[in-house]
Design a binder for this molecule. Sequence first.
Ligand SMILES: [Fe+2]
Length: 309
Amino acid sequence: MTITDFDPMLTDEEEALLPSDEDVAFYAEHGWYLSKKLLTDDEVDALAAATDRYYAGERHRRLPVRPPKLAYWEPAKGAVQRHNDYVHHEHDGIGAILSKRLIGAVAARLAQADEIRIFQSTLILKPPVEGEPSNIVPWHFDKHYWAASSSDRMLTAFIPFHDCDEELGTITMVDGSHRWTEVGSDDTVVRHFADRDRDQLDDMLARNAAHNDADIRKIPMVIPKGHMSFHHCRIYHGSGANVGGRPRQAISLHLQDGDNSWRPFPLSDGTLASYNHDVLVRRTEDGRPDYADPEFCPVIWRHRAQQGG
Ligand SMILES: [Fe+2]
């Protein structure tokens, strides 16, 4: 989908929902921010209804090729944690709500960017199955997956479709860890991060905390319906079991600032780091994957240059 209307004006009501200067400073220090109510109940309900139709098979377009590391739950996979990438692209009802300018405006303030584009959107359903191993998301930070992206200001909005708390296995941040210096993570670790067991990842988190002389402060995001948490691409986060007796449904909306672009990031085996986009998006004039391709990475916020003077 392509956004063509860049009128940046927000209503007074929307302006009041932007992060304050104190909130922006808090995000810079802590690496996360719990937003005000950015989506109305009607919008959240429309998002939930659109995802029901998505799960029932409705698509408005399909990816032209299947990228190598695509997350794409299908009913045959059963009651595991569901992850589906590119939902903003494949489903217009989902894409329309994820493109709400206010979300982009909040992200722009937090990242201190003039432009915000969607990078990826992942639809998630964590089934209410106690002991389901795939429900546990081990400690990691997202930038590990985005080594081919030049920006360190990328961020993610975690958007539940309902009140979301610890019982449901909400996302949990390691406070301030986006400012840590990283140790012990060669690219072998990066590439296989998702496959390592939880003990190893706990050890890595502990090692990195010790190296930075920091305490590990885990902050579960308690998110009322319509609100969302934002987190920095270098903050450690994870999530636990769903013992709430009902599914935990959400979208992880990954966002990039306007300056982000593909960069060569050599791995130790001689290959370059890649991202799923690289087989989908158009090329820049110098032949790189274009992370500003409006087909896959639409702009949702652009700050209008100051007029007059
Ligand atoms: Fe993550």
